[in-house]
Design a protein around this ligand. Structure first.
Ligand code: COA
Length: 188
């Protein structure tokens, strides 16, 4: 039973996109362009977010896109998306990408990443989305992990801010020792 009629379970908006990797998707090395996969991830994230919210959604942030293994021409790529977390207007969509060699019958996990999508109203402003009904332990685990990642991301952003060199002048060159760069004599 759904205790809050407006809340929606993750199962309501779960989406899978499957696409055959054709030769025109390949880079000069014969592997599939990372950008092709990013575009598919964006599409599947949009599909899950707009299904959950019933609204037009935009991509705000993309986390941890690491291509663990190359995808080859001829493979069948499936992207499974699920709403993991819901804020006020934002949703975090978890996406698992797998690639299947249909002739050999082998499957590889190429990456898992997280897209933050925001629902917008007719006025183009962020609009509230339905709560997420957590139906099982996996739903709970994903929601809690998303809260942790969100918190970590905020701390990391402020940490990165502190690493910036505001004046544009580096006064301590020691950090360059052992790096693969050479200082122009004018700088010494
Ligand atoms: C995302 C956007 C709507 C935020 O607008 P805003 O006026 O700053 O609105 P808010 O500050 O209320 O943020 C709205 C939500 O986005 C979240 N958000 C904003 N920036 C974020 C970021 N960098 N990472 C994760 N979430 C973010 C906020 O936490 C908030 O979530 P909540 O409503 O669940 O609490 C606005 O920046 C935008 O439209 N960006 C362009 C998105 C786009 O066009 N993408 C396509 C790629 S070109």
């Amino acid at each position: 039973m759904n205790p809050e009629p407006d809340a929606k379970p993750a199962s309501f908006s779960r989406v899978t996109i499957t696409e055959l990797m054709i030769p025109s998707y390949a880079n000069f090395g014969g592997k599939i362009h990372g950008g092709i996969l990013l575009s598919l991830m964006d599409k599947v994230a949009y599909a899950a977010a707009s299904k959950h919210s019933g609204a037009y959604c935009v991509t705000v942030s993309v986390d941890t896109v690491d291509f663990l293994q190359p995808v080859e021409v001829g493979e069948l790529v499936s992207l499974k998306a699920s709403v993991n977390y819901v804020g006020n207007s934002s949703m975090i969509i978890g996406i698992k990408v797998i690639s299947e060699n249909v002739m050999q019958g082998t499957v590889k996990h190429t990456n898992t990443c997280y897209f933050t999508m925001v629902a917008k109203g007719k006025d183009e402003k962020p609009t509230q989305v339905p709560k997420l009904l957590l139906e099982n332990k996996t739903d709970v685990r994903r929601f809690v992990e998303a809260i942790r990642r969100k918190k970590y991301k905020q701390e990391y952003s402020s940490f990165l801010e502190k690493l910036k060199i505001n004046s544009g002048n580096v006064d301590d060159f020691n950090i360059l020792e052992g790096q693969r760069c050479i200082l122009h004599p004018n700088l010494k």
